[in-house]
Design a binder for this molecule. Structure first.
Ligand SMILES: Nc1ncnc2c1ncn2[C@@H]1O[C@H](COP(=O)(O)OP(=O)(O)OP(=O)(O)O)[C@@H](O)[C@H]1O
Ligand SMILES: [Mg+2]
Length: 307
């Protein structure tokens, strides 16, 4: 378990992280979402013991990460921002070095290294110096070193940043596969990634926690939740006709797409499809909206900015 208790980090007079408290349990894949400069990386550094908090504490399985940082870090795999150092080492040398540093038993080092290389598809570059790798491959080496000792807790700062679409998929699959009995915290700017891998989301802005919910719970906060969107010929005419329905609170036309927002009355989708049939409108796309995470993110973090 991870416990953050009133974590604060100030740089001079500036509060980068402002009184964050939360607990994370096994089986949770927690996503940190927030604008640039929100304090996500700073929080991760404090959870991993790489940065001492100005005040507050972080506990990993009841171990204080500042007071007993070596013991706490044993349980943690950490992917920091940016690329791994030790650029002159080859991938194989670097991962072997990390495996020893992680106190993996000598006899198990080659297998642990090969496992990590295989999981991150690094076989083709394992004899190449890290500094000569492309950005995405460097990122994959960073991920490989984070998982090499099969830690119970993984803290991954933008794990798919810079990866190509295939690798993004692979890494998301890897995270999902590891999630069952671990604690995983990731930060990301990719909202689909949150929906794809996380079962919990914390939205952070200006160092403060603004929302702590499941992805589904957040999506339900969207004004688009249960709205119906369609692409239709003569949308203005259709909009004014559909606005008469008791299930329609509001019709909005944006970039050629007509969106109908629901009233408290049930059955908006059915009412719209019935009206389409009766009026023989030419519809080329029609969907019931689950909600839009980008809009929720925007409205939650914008409120903060203007407060
Ligand atoms: N060593 C430092 N000295 C001064 N200010 C710092 C330092 N490190 C971070 N900050 C500031 O703290 C704030 C939070 O930074 P942090 O890197 O945690 O944000 P983030 O949420 O990870 O952003 P991003 O999405 O861009 O990665 C920023 O305003 C940053 O400029
Ligand atoms: Mg960051």
């Amino acid at each position: 378990m991870i416990e953050a208790k009133s974590l604060c980090k100030s740089y001079g007079g500036f509060k980068a992280v402002d009184d964050l408290s939360f607990t994370v349990e096994a089986g949770q894949v927690l996503g940190f979402l927030g604008p640039n400069g929100a304090g996500k990386s700073t929080t991760m550094k404090m959870l991993t013991g790489f940065l001492a908090p100005t005040s507050g504490t972080a506990l990993v399985n009841d171990i204080d990460v500042v007071e007993q940082s070596v013991a706490a870090r044993r349980n943690i795999g950490y992917l920091p921002e940016g690329a791994p150092s030790y650029g002159e080492m080859t991938v194989l040398q670097f991962l072997t070095f990390i495996a020893h540093a992680r106190a993996i038993a000598k006899s198990e080092v080659p297998e642990s290294v090969e496992n990590a290389i295989r999981k991150l598809n690094l076989t083709g570059v394992k004899h190449q110096p890290i500094e000569t790798l492309s950005k995405g491959f460097k990122r994959r080496v960073g991920l490989a070193q984070a998982i090499i000792h099969d830690p119970q807790i993984l803290i991954l700062d933008e794990p798919t940043d810079g990866l190509d679409p295939n690798q993004k998929r692979e890494v998301r699959g890897l995270i999902r596969a590891m999630a069952k009995d671990k604690i995983i915290i990731i930060s990301t700017h990719i909202l689909e990634e949150v929906e794809a891998v996380c079962n919990r989301v914390m939205i952070i802005a200006e160092g403060r926690l603004l929302a702590d919910d499941s992805p589904q719970g957040l999506i339900k906060r969207s004004r688009y939740h249960n709205a119906v969107s369609l692409v239709v010929e003569a949308p203005e005419k259709v909009a004014s006709s559909l606005s008469e329905l008791p299930q329609v609170a509001k019709a909005e036309l944006r970039e050629g797409e007509l969106t109908l927002f629901p009233t408290a009355d049930e059955g908006l989708f059915e009412a719209v499809t019935a009206a389409i049939g009766e009026n023989h409108w030419q519809v080329s796309a029609l969907r019931l909206e689950a909600g839009r995470l980008d809009e929720v993110f925007h409205s939650i973090t914008r409120k903060e900015a203007s407060a």
